[in-house]
Design a protein around this ligand. Structure first.
Ligand code: KG4
Ligand code: ZN
Length: 324
């Protein structure tokens, strides 16, 4: 089954064609980061207009790269939410229109489940497994009991992990989106220089606002010239990655599930990836999406459409939603 997926929930306009949920035939992403950099974050109206400019181009490229024509596609899928309303509407209308023109089904998908589905791409992963989902908007541990059955075991009560990365980067005068820059700086710093706190939270919670404030307190002790950005990055990265992995291991023991996956934009983070890799020595089966399938992309949308579509009697009546 060939599914053409479309992703427009935030600042990436993406289209991809995936066969049977696992084999990527094309994966096109037009990033708007350079545009939003000027504003220090994503401006929803600007993002929606950019999606409109790019959507037709990325869909055509996805078909061309896969050497296919629209008539070869078995279903069209798009992200329905959560995300920015005006942005989501562009992808949803493009996918629904193509489905109507070519008389093929339209499939709506949930953005978070799409991130989780990135782990099915070019792998043999089957549920049950535990997924640490960390992105710019979400931080959750999800127990995938089946392809279409996920239970959230823990989630953040304040900032998401990617959001904290970007905010800490801004405190260090690193432009948006600074998460990836902090990650690159961290190996050059001393991770024991600053002893950042771990929030006292309940079993099913994460909290990162205290960590952010602790970083701010340290940053204020320096001038921009003397700020040891690498040491801040290293100490911050160590704390947040330890917190996330410790809770993942805790739940893995609690529910006796030794298959672990990582998902979301922050799944590209080097510390998280290496801590996950290290767990292989303790008998864990570890799944890490390829870097290009961590941040927003449409292959994960097409994979999710195959394995975990939004259930509905009439998908053409699905409407976008901004929050989960
Ligand atoms: O999943 P994603 O592309 O968009 C959302 O659904 O939110 O995630 C984007 C987030 C941004 O906050 C970005 O700074 C963060 O992922 N990110 C990283 C890294 N690469 C992207 N954070 C830490 N380390 C990275 N290597
Ligand atoms: Zn995302």
């Amino acid at each position: 089954m060939l599914i053409l997926g479309i992703e427009t929930s935030c600042d990436e306009t993406a289209a991809a064609i995936v066969k049977d949920g696992r084999h990527v035939l094309s994966n096109i992403v037009a990033s708007q980061i350079d545009i939003h950099k000027n504003f220090g974050g994503v401006v929803p109206e600007v993002a929606a207009r950019e999606h409109l400019n790019s959507i037709g181009i990325v869909i055509k490229q996805a078909l061309d790269e896969a050497n296919l024509e629209a008539k070869d596609i078995d279903a069209y899928a798009s992200t329905v939410g959560p995300g920015l309303t005006g942005c989501l509407l562009v992808g949803l209308n493009a996918a629904k229109t193509m489905s109507l023109i070519h008389n093929k089904p339209y499939i709506g998908i949930n953005h978070l489940m799409a991130h989780v589905s990135a782990n099915y791409i070019e792998t043999e992963l089957k549920p049950p497994f535990l997924c640490l989902l960390v992105s710019g908007g979400h931080s959750q541990i999800i127990h995938m009991k089946d392809y279409n059955k996920g239970e959230i075991l823990a989630q953040t009560i304040d900032d998401a992990v990617g959001e904290v990365y970007d905010k800490v980067a801004r405190l260090c005068s690193i432009p948006y989106p600074g998460g990836i820059v902090l990650d690159k700086m961290a190996p050059d710093g001393n991770k024991t220089r600053f002893n950042f706190p771990d929030a006292k939270v309940k079993e099913d919670e994460f909290s990162f606002s205290g960590l952010k404030t602790a970083v701010l307190r340290e940053v204020k002790k320096f001038t921009p010239e003397t700020l040891p950005k690498e040491d801040i990055a290293a100490s911050f990265q160590e704390r947040i990655s330890e917190t996330l992995i410790n809770k993942l291991i805790y739940f893995s023991k609690k529910i006796n599930c030794k298959t672990l996956a990582l998902a979301g934009g922050v799944a590209a983070n080097s510390a998280l990836r290496s801590k996950m890799e290290n767990l292989k020595n303790q008998g864990y089966a570890i799944y890490l999406p390829k870097m290009k399938y961590c941040t927003d992309n449409a292959s994960m949308v097409a994979s999710c459409a195959y394995f975990n579509p939004i259930k509905t009697d009439n998908s053409l009546l699905l409407e976008v939603f901004s929050r989960d």
